[in-house]
Design a protein around this ligand. Structure first.
Ligand code: GLN
Length: 468
């Protein structure tokens, strides 16, 4: 928010702000954040919006420079979902969420690298190579919105817009020391978001501070004729959150905090935060969540099933890449898909197809749906006792590039704390919670109740510590 003050006090020109970001992007090209930078357009927009600022007619986001994950449609701009299968594809329309930002005078500076079709936890599954964590370039930034988090961490733009199906906004935010917000399911229209698992997918902002996340949510959220699943519930004035000394009852999963897989420094920093919360007068309640062990299997069974269906549309006929060496129609489909998709995406399409096959549908898909419902009921019961549930965002800080590439189970475990919110459709935010002795950021996650983003954001605002 600070950046806007100097613009409106007229001590800074917007075009200079954009130029500085463009220089930073150039300087940090090795991080592999942007797949495309819209330099000239951003500079042209800066001139137009500066004029509006001078005339006093600027929108709520005037001065904000935003990068978008390569899964969001922006008319006449490239969209590849980090995949070769969408080679050369350009969007014919703009995602509702992005259009709303533009309508409020945000400047879109470019599109950002990500795991292919948002499947991954490290940004290593991109067809365009991995993105590096700015805190330690030998480490991953998290995923799948890894580059979107690094863009904010390395000051390449003010904020990024990512997507979160199982933690893809919060987990990289945690690994990069920035704020990542996943709203309630259906709070923001999914029109123009490349689908991964439609009953989980959420668009969400990555920012330096809670205030910016609140403002971006307020602008992107709400009813949209193009998405019949979007919530009709009126959008709260999230940007009006203010500091308060309200006391809350806060739950945490005791077993998770004592689990072996939790890195000791992450545990210590989380424990310290809990003590701080108690000192502030909040009531902390240990909760027992035996079904936690079913979160990852439920999440992965359902998302792979949905992905296999959603990704059927990439057939070499309608979008992007088409193989040059096919003799028949069937071969055209097979070869285009074979050449276009990466290893992780192929694996998930095949597993998802298996899960949905007639013989196994009930054993896997139906069962996982039932477990999802049970987890939802159990989570709702927790919220009869508590206002929020807190946890670390991830069990470990950012890991080394390549460290988990051959071990899918370990990679999946990086999402253990984040998938809960998506399985049950609740809002959740990751805020920075200090660093390890090696300077690796650690995140702190808050899970709130459905459509109570304002309450959650206000709590996050009260406990955030900003140093950027
Ligand atoms: N890492 C998780 C997955 O691979 C989450 C991804 C996401 O939220 N898009 O499915």
């Amino acid at each position: 928010m600070e950046f806007r003050k100097s613009l409106f006090e007229k001590t800074t020109l917007l075009v200079d702000v954009v130029k500085e970001f463009l220089q930073n992007i150039e300087k940090h090209k090795d991080l592999n954040v942007f797949l495309e930078v819209y330099s000239q357009e951003a500079l042209d927009q800066a001139v137009i919006i500066q004029e509006k600022i001078n005339l006093g007619s600027a929108g709520k986001l005037a001065g904000m420079v935003i990068g978008i994950k390569d899964v969001l449609a922006y008319k006449n701009h490239g969209l590849q979902s980090g995949s070769n299968i969408l080679e050369g594809f350009k969007s014919q329309f703009t995602a509702t969420a992005i259009q709303r930002l533009i309508d409020e005078d945000a400047i879109i500076i470019g599109r950002q690298n990500c795991d292919e079709f948002a499947m991954g936890s490290s940004n290593e599954n991109s067809a365009f190579g991995p993105t590096l964590n700015f805190a330690d370039k030998t480490r991953v930034p998290g995923g799948s919105s890894g580059a979107s988090a690094v863009a904010v961490q390395a000051n390449l733009c003010h904020a990024s817009i990512g997507s979160d199906t199982g933690g893809s906004v919060r987990q990289p935010a945690g690994f990069c020391g920035v704020v990542g917000l996943k709203p309630s399911y259906s709070r923001i229209s999914r029109w123009g978001l490349a689908a991964y698992a439609s009953s989980f997918d959420c668009i969400g902002p990555i920012t330096h501070c809670v205030e910016d996340a609140a403002l971006l949510l307020e602008i992107m959220a709400g009813n949209d004729d193009y998405d019949s699943t979007v919530s009709q519930i009126p959008v709260d004035s999230y940007s009006e959150i203010s500091k308060s000394d309200k006391k809350y009852t806060i739950g945490y999963f005791e077993d998770a905090l004592n689990s072996e897989g939790l890195a000791s420094e992450v545990k210590d920093l989380t424990q310290k935060k809990i003590e701080e919360l108690i000192a502030l007068g909040h009531t902390l309640v240990p909760l027992s969540f035996p079904r936690m062990k079913y979160l990852l299997p439920t999440y992965y069974i359902l998302t792979m099933a949905e992905a296999s269906s959603n990704l059927a549309r990439y057939d070499g006929i309608r979008y992007g890449l088409r193989t040059k060496n096919a003799g028949s129609l069937e071969e055209l489909y097979k070869k285009s898909r074979g050449e276009g998709f990466g290893k992780e995406v192929k694996k998930r399409i095949m597993l998802g197809t298996f899960i949905l096959s007639a013989d196994y549908y009930d054993a896997y898909y139906t069962k996982a749906q039932r477990v999802r419902r049970l987890i939802q009921e159990e989570t709702n019961a927790f919220f009869k006792q508590v206002d929020f549930i807190i946890s670390p965002t991830t069990p470990t800080p950012a890991f080394k590039i390549g460290a988990k590439s051959d071990n899918p189970m370990e990679m999946f475990l990086a999402d253990i704390f984040t998938v809960h919110a998506n399985v049950v459709g609740l809002p959740s935010i990751s805020i920075p919670n200090g660093e390890t002795v090696d300077g690796l950021p650690v995140g702190f996650q808050i899970l709130g109740t459905e459509f109570e983003e304002k309450k959650m954001l206000e709590f996050a605002l009260n406990i955030q510590k900003i140093d950027f």
